[in-house]
Design a protein around this ligand. Structure first.
Ligand code: AMP
Length: 281
């Protein structure tokens, strides 16, 4: 398995792939890989001749210094997990390689979908995501790029970015992989102890509770009950919104399609999750 650390190495590798006419799938990550990440790599491996995985803890997308400092980093273990795949290369840029001083970047205006929920609660977060993904797309120029639906709003922002900068990359949204108790896998779960992992499953339970109420209970009541369930489990709720999957505007009534997005803090660790619901109206 090849690992690259410089832009030059990637550019050279990309030119080779172009000359060979090979399709390139790209999976951007911040490392501390788990089964959720690996499911993206697996799908990319099935759909492309070669896959590139980037591992870079992007300082620009953290709005709290302590969160960045405490973000798990375990590069040796990550590389071991990735070795199991064929035709894969890994990009491990340093911060100066990711953001060279002379690298042009025109920030795109973050529209409403980038301003709500995560955008409102983590100022600067999506600006940082857009910056890093712009540079990665520009450098790697993949045919397809894979993102988790776990970060539902991020996926919407990435689709907007792809259109805004006219990258022409096929953006693939992949399903959320969960622990046995329903907790969405996340690198941040490494910082939860056993009891907190059980407690954090309240987020998934609330998402399932709402699923049962779709089309039956008034939406506001379903939200209120689900919020109470999360708080009663000892979590600190940041937001619970039921929104239109395309505009991310809050739903007033049940629609044919809606997504519930939750951010809550468990044992000092901020977790997000969501669930998409279809209803026959
Ligand atoms: P991260 O390393 O947290 O930036 O995540 C890298 C990619 O993996 C993002 O596209 C995430 O949405 C995706 N991802 C993270 N957790 C999961 C999960 N539990 N299931 C599926 N994809 C995930």
């Amino acid at each position: 398995m090849q690992t690259f650390v410089t832009r030059e190495e990637i550019t050279h590798w990309r030119q080779q792939k172009l000359a060979l006419g090979q399709s390139v799938g790209f999976v951007p990550t911040m490392g501390a890989l788990h089964k959720g990440h690996l499911s993206l790599v697996e799908q990319a491996s099935k759909e492309n001749e070669v896959v590139i995985v980037s591992i870079f803890v992007n300082p620009k997308q953290f709005n709290i210094d302590a969160d960045l400092d405490q973000y798990p980093r375990m590069i040796e273990a990550d590389l071991k997990l990735l070795k199991k795949f064929d035709h894969i290369v890994v990009f491990l840029p340093s911060e100066s390689e990711m953001y060279p001083e002379n690298q042009p970047f025109e920030p795109m205006p973050l529209e409403r979908i980038g301003q709500l929920m995560e955008g409102a609660h983590r100022p600067g977060h999506f600006e940082g995501v857009v910056h890093v993904v712009h540079h990665l797309f520009d450098l790697i120029a993949p045919n397809k790029a894979y993102f988790g639906q776990k970060d539902f709003q991020q996926l919407a922002v990435i689709r907007q970015l792809n259109a805004y900068y006219q990258f022409g990359i096929e953006i693939i949204g992949c399903q959320t992989i969960r622990e046995a108790n329903g907790l969405a896998m996340s690198s941040r779960n490494l910082r939860l102890n056993e009891a907190q992992r059980e407690q954090a499953a309240a987020i998934y339970k609330a998402l399932c509770y709402i699923k049962k109420q779709v089309g039956h209970m008034p939406i506001e009541l379903a939200k209120k009950n689900a919020m109470e369930q999360i708080e009663n489990a000892g979590l600190k709720l940041e937001y619970l919104e039921i929104v239109d999957p395309l505009t991310l505007d809050a739903c007033i009534d049940w629609q044919s399609l809606q997504v519930c997005c939750i951010a809550a803090v468990c044992g000092g660790i901020r977790l997000i999750d969501n669930m998409l619901y279809e209803s026959v109206l």
